[in-house]
Design a protein around this ligand. Structure first.
Ligand SMILES: Cc1ncc(COP(=O)(O)O)c(C=O)c1O
Length: 394
């Protein structure tokens, strides 16, 4: 039977990582894969994570299964980080998931189980895996407008128009809380306010993907949109991730969160989330969530985490500025200062697929076909050759 299996297309981003690894050019640069890199081009283990792991090695007494919903302390920390005291704990159901991807998938399976006819509205463009995940869960998707004609800023009127005139009551709208992947373009606080009102008027359910808390402006600041949204939309789903802000990529630490209007609905929702998980991976892995809990429960380690997160955030901002300056000083005809208004690791550069292709084949500079760059891949050392390559195709 297996003789008839067709080859699946490679993942567009992870496929690029493979080509990068095979490229013999010693000057190759990759701005493709979405991981943070420090000034030395490494993706480091945070100091607070190392310290928490040392503590865990000493104190861990068992490797027995976690509950289906994960570590209780971890789940409380997730709720606290997302909402602070903006919502009563009894209205919130949190389940620990393998990464933010697991969070989106559990939320998607939950939606399919409870509201199978809902269409999921996703921004055009969005993180490529959203499409795969919702399709795998059996849900239909439609796109709403997101980028303006320059492809570097938000088409807010288009977005609002699509949500208010095309989506139907009971549909789900996927929103990126901050650091929109792949564009780096986020709504302003006023725009978030309007989005919340439209969602409430049209009776749409927000599914907020929060993979970059703390990478935009700060931990609390980045969550402000979520807390604001709660005022108009008392029910929502959230997928959160500690891959980026704790550098715990391979430990797979995330959550799916449901906010209900009352405790009874939250308890029932929790039972359905657990049902989804039980038939999927049964229960989540312990280590990464134990690290997050250990750091957040220890005032010294928590302060260290805040400092390290701030270091990552400022490095990304500094690289944005350096790139804009270098392109301007190198004589680029186009003004790239729009990169400074974008937020998080990613930016749409406006490079065409042909330019991206030339950069890879002629310069060994790896960028996703859409022109998305990972700003965190820029270092003071690779900046001159990066700028020269970009200028050669502009
Ligand atoms: C928008 C978005 N959602 C979810 C994820 C998934 O994160 P994780 O690695 O925690 O599964 C990512 C990671 O790239 C992302 O960019």
């Amino acid at each position: 039977m297996f003789e008839f299996i067709a080859q699946a297309p490679p993942d567009p981003i992870l496929g690029l990582a493979e080509s990068f690894a095979a490229d013999p050019n010693p000057k190759k640069i990759s701005l493709a894969v979405g991981v943070f890199k420090d000034a030395a081009g490494q993706t480091p283990v945070l100091r607070c994570v190392k310290a928490a792991e040392r503590k865990l090695i000493e104190s861990e007494k068992t490797k027995t299964y976690l509950g289906i919903d994960g570590l209780p302390d971890y789940r409380n920390h997730v709720r606290e980080l997302l909402f602070g005291d903006a919502v009563e704990a009894a209205r919130v159901a949190v389940v620990q998931t393998p990464g933010g991807t697991g969070g989106v998938r559990v939320a998607a399976d939950f939606v399919f189980g409870q509201m199978p006819r809902a269409t999921v509205w996703i921004s055009n463009p969005t993180w490529e895996n959203h499409l795969n995940i919702f399709a795998a869960a059996g849900l239909a998707t439609h796109v709403y407008r997101y980028l303006d004609a320059s492809r570097t800023g938000l088409d807010f009127d288009g977005m609002i128009d699509d949500l208010s005139s095309k989506a139907s009551p009971g549909d789900v709208v996927l929103l990126h809380a901050c650091c929109h992947n792949p564009t780096g373009v986020d709504p302003t606080p006023e725009q978030w306010h309007r989005i919340g009102n439209v969602m409430a008027e049209k009776r749409l359910l927000p599914l907020v993907d929060f993979a970059y808390q703390g990478f935009g402006t700060g931990i609390q600041e980045d969550a402000a949109c979520l807390r604001g949204l709660l005022k108009s939309c008392p029910e929502m789903l959230v997928a959160s991730s500690f891959s980026k802000n704790f550098g715990l990529y391979s430990e797979r630490v995330g959550a799916a969160v449901m906010v209900a209007t009352d405790a009874r609905s939250a308890t029932a929702g929790m039972s359905q989330l657990k049902r989804v998980i039980r038939s999927n991976y049964s229960n989540p892995p312990r280590h990464g969530a134990a690290i997050v809990s250990t750091v957040l429960a220890d005032p010294e380690l928590k302060t260290m985490w805040h400092e390290e997160l701030a270091e990552m955030r400022s490095r990304i901002k500094a690289m944005r500025q350096l790139l804009v300056n270098a392109l301007r000083d190198g004589g680029a005809k186009r003004d790239f200062s729009f990169l400074l208004n974008q937020s998080g690791m990613f930016s749409y550069t406006g490079l065409t697929p042909m330019q991206v292709d030339r950069l890879r084949t002629e310069k060994s500079l790896y960028i996703v076909g859409s022109g998305r760059i990972n700003v965190a891949g820029i270092t003071p050392e690779n900046l001159p050759s990066l700028t020269e390559s970009l200028l050669s195709v502009l």
